[in-house]
Design a protein around this ligand. Structure first.
Ligand SMILES: Cc1cc2nc3c(=O)[nH]c(=O)nc-3n(C[C@H](O)[C@H](O)[C@H](O)COP(=O)(O)OP(=O)(O)OC[C@H]3O[C@@H](n4cnc5c(N)ncnc54)[C@H](O)[C@@H]3O)c2cc1C
Length: 375
């Protein structure tokens, strides 16, 4: 006979999203399990660009802009708490960030998109400015002559995202959560008297509540508990140079110098990818653009490149949901899991612990994708 193990909450998925939620749920005597796949799993959490980014977030959904800004504001306290709990310095830096433009047409389009976003009904103001070449060059003298200007937002920043991943894991387990690798979930059944029975590759698990935080895996799991997670993969390729003396004072949308000295160049947006492979065509295009922005990059060696799959919803915004047919089942997915880690841990997890999502996150329900069929 197989004996099932019982928890208060089973979080399915051990990427940055699942770990941030598990960390926020753990403690106060709650028994939390994190069910994850093995080492071969595809994880956006291991391949991202590590921006804590505000400036481009929210065109099409004002609430997402405010949610992102709120998370960025929580980040300093969040990083300090993780450091205290785990001893890991996440290298958080929030000096503001740039989206650089290589032509007047690019800059006009960027400015227009920012204005459209800021003119939306319900938009909570976020500071931003257009800076010309001279102003950016004063802050970053290595700037190439082709950069005509850029959009600056003082709330933008970046972090060491692999250390974030490790710190979330260490913090969640230190708070008492049980991490169960090699537990790919195959089936979830809502029990008649409440709670869930989860079939994994190992012995089954029972939990009073579940949180689906399995990234792209949520698409298959959500319908098992009356939820929908219409997420698709979108590949991003990234490369990193050898370490060099600091010359990038600010992170940029596609370029940043890490706290260890390497320069990350990113990140493509490729639809319908078959896998996480990198291709020389995409990498070369990204490198050419980066060198036009900062010509000295042309003298640095690329030491590593990789591809990873973003977890994209149809409109690009997060999906946070709770099941109507299987009470106690929650869904959390997004494509900015680094930026939103603080909000997931400190704001969303407490809602799940209380048993219901607040109205403040109702805009993120997947019900926004339900459209009446034509008569
Ligand atoms: C190229 C690139 C650049 C990015 N840049 C940024 C950035 O600058 N800033 C930012 O905020 N975000 C960025 N992101 C997004 C960020 O990385 C993701 O939002 C985040 O990693 C998603 O985390 P996740 O935990 O949902 O998914 P994942 O990291 O994919 O993790 C999902 C986990 O669920 C597990 N799983 C799947 N199915 C099952 C199952 N059936 N049973 C058990 N476990 C399962 C997997 O094994 C995995 O561990 C970027 C992403 C990419 C790809």
């Amino acid at each position: 006979m197989t004996v099932s193990r019982t928890y208060d909450v089973a979080v399915i998925g051990g990427g940055v999203v699942g770990l941030a939620i598990a960390r926020g749920l753990a403690g106060q005597g709650r028994r939390i399990a994190i069910l994850d796949e093995g080492d071969v799993a595809r994880r956006a959490s291991r391949g991202n660009f590590a921006l804590v980014w505000v400036q481009s977030k929210g065109l099409g959904m004002a609430r997402y802009g405010a949610w992102t800004t709120g998370s960025a504001a929580l980040w300093p306290g969040f990083a300090a708490a993780l450091r205290e709990e785990t001893g890991l310095d996440l290298g958080l830096s929030q000096p503001g960030g740039y989206s650089l433009c290589l032509s007047e047409a690019e800059l006009d389009a960027r400015r227009a998109a920012m204005m459209r976003m800021h003119n939306q009904p319900g938009w909570e103001p976020v500071p931003w400015e257009v800076h010309d070449h001279a102003r950016i060059a004063r802050a970053m003298p290595a700037l190439g002559p082709e950069v005509v200007g850029g959009v600056f937002c003082p709330l933008d920043g970046h972090v060491n995202s692999l250390r974030l991943f490790r710190a979330l894991h260490a913090s969640a387990t230190a708070r008492g959560a049980t991490y169960l690798p090699d537990h790919p979930v195959r089936e979830i059944a809502a029990l008649a008297g409440g709670g869930f029975r989860i079939t994994t590759a190992q012995a089954p698990i029972e939990a009073a509540r579940i949180v689906l935080a399995a990234g792209l895996g949520n698409a298959a799991l959500a319908p098992m508990v009356g939820l929908a997670a219409p997420v698709r993969p979108q590949r991003g390729q990234v490369m990193v140079t050898e370490k060099t003396a600091p010359f990038l004072a600010y992170p940029m949308a596609t370029l940043r110098q890490t706290d260890e000295g390497g320069v990350m160049i990113g990140d493509s947006k490729e639809e319908a990818p078959e896998d996480e492979a990198v291709g020389p065509g995409v990498l070369a295009a990204m490198a050419r653009r980066a060198i036009r922005m900062f010509p000295l990059l042309g003298g640095l060696n690329i030491v590593r490149s990789w591809g990873a799959l973003r977890v994209m919803s149809p409109d690009g915004f997060p999906i946070y949901d709770q099941s109507e047919t299987a009470p106690g089942a929650f869904l959390v997915t997004c494509h900015s899991g680094v930026t939103l880690a603080a909000a997931h841990s400190d704001v969303l997890a407490p809602m799940i612990a209380r048993g219901a999502l607040d109205m403040s996150v109702a805009a993120f329900s997947a019900r926004r994708f339900d459209v009446p069929s034509p008569a």
